[in-house]
Design a protein around this ligand. Structure first.
Ligand code: SF4
Length: 348
């Protein structure tokens, strides 16, 4: 197998109790079959505690429901995991072990990505002054077999994705926005979309995190003012924001292009990427205008990272905006599918 991943995969360490928005709250925890068997056999008081929280949903899947405060029942008051403390890291459910890593195999190739919904990933990702780097490793494992035609198709998708990533990485005099516009021009079937139409799609998303209402309502209410402020925002935000935009574009290209192998549609993936980038931009402007609540992540940034902030929109803002968007959109297959597939004529 050949594995490919962003460099942040190697440097990331979960910060546990110091995390400003722990992944152990807000999301129910799915219990995979192996972990289920292990928890069923766990003896003693802790085994009984595990089983007392295990719940079956209507599809027969087992999960830990959240407490009324919206937290995992094993997240203690120090924001540490009791399962980890009692039974060790190897006893966590698969989803807890893997997050914020995502795995997407295609035959003997596997793409590993790191989700920006984790703010520590975001801190490492955006504070690195270098363009995003992707690393590879190989081992002797076999992947699921593919036909010769499938291997050719997959390799062509990867070639095209890598060519777009290289285009974004090049040191151009053009902004990241212009380079992305040049990439989009390669997909003429993708018709332009107004911000109003984009908001109509965003209004249909399943609500994953209650804080999303604090994003949608101000943006919907102030869209015209946000649009008018964009030029001033970009002038003020300057090269730092342009660098973060370039990184975000690379993030989405790496994460979603390989989906073309199963979906067969470049347009759908590029539509999703374009919509994501545009909505994140609206969020950034709204944050700078004071329309969205500010995060408290600045406390974890080093002195140097604090200095990297632009005048009007900080690294802390960028980390927080990307994490809010990722939580609301990327962690719902339905939301990703909606943004990918619903096209112009079906919006209203
Ligand atoms: S969101 Fe990231 S840093 Fe925070 S607890 Fe989860 S994995 Fe750790």
């Amino acid at each position: 197998m050949k594995y490919e991943y962003p460099s942040v995969y190697e440097t990331f360490r979960c910060i546990g109790g110091a995390c400003p928005d722990t992944c152990c709250a807000g999301w129910e925890v799915d219990i995979d079959p192996d972990t289920y068997d292990y928890y069923m056999e766990t003896e003693g008081e802790f085994g009984r505690r595990l089983r007392s929280h295990m719940t079956e949903d209507e599809d027969g899947d087992i999960y830990f429901p959240l407490t009324p405060e919206g937290r995992c029942p094993f997240l203690n008051r120090h924001d540490l995991c009791d399962i980890f403390s009692e039974l060790g890291e190897e006893s966590l459910c698969r989803v807890c072990t893997e997050y914020p890593r995502y795995y997407l195999p295609a035959g003997d190739y596997e793409q590993i990505d790191m989700s920006l919904s984790c703010m520590e990933v975001g801190r490492l990702f955006f504070s690195d002054p270098e363009p995003v780097r992707y690393l590879t490793q190989e081992d002797i494992m076999d992947g699921d077999p593919l036909t010769g035609e499938e291997v050719l198709r997959r390799d062509e998708i990867l070639r095209r994705r890598d060519e777009m990533l290289a285009f974004m990485r090049k040191s151009h005099s053009e902004t990241a926005d212009s380079r992305f516009a040049a990439l989009l021009a390669r997909f003429p079937a993708l018709s332009p979309e107004s911000d109003e139409d984009l908001l109509s799609v965003m209004d249909r998303l399943e609500l994953i995190d209650d804080r999303w209402n604090d994003v949608m309502i101000p943006i919907r209410t102030n869209l015209t003012a946000i649009q008018k402020h964009e030029r001033e925002f970009l002038n003020c935000a300057g090269p730092e924001f342009d660098r973060w935009t370039g990184k975000l574009i690379s993030y989405f290209l790496f994460r979603y292009c390989l989906n073309v192998f199963s979906s067969g549609s470049w347009e759908n993936e590029m539509r999703f990427i374009r919509r994501s980038l545009r909505f994140i931009r609206l969020m950034c402007i709204a944050r700078e205008m004071g329309l969205l609540p500010r995060s408290s992540y600045g406390g974890r940034l080093s002195g140097q990272e604090q200095q990297e902030r632009c005048n009007c929109f900080t690294l802390s803002d960028m980390i927080d905006i990307a994490h809010l968007y990722s939580k609301q959109v990327e962690h719902s297959d339905g939301n990703v599918e909606l943004l990918r597939t619903i096209s112009g004529e079906n919006i209203k």
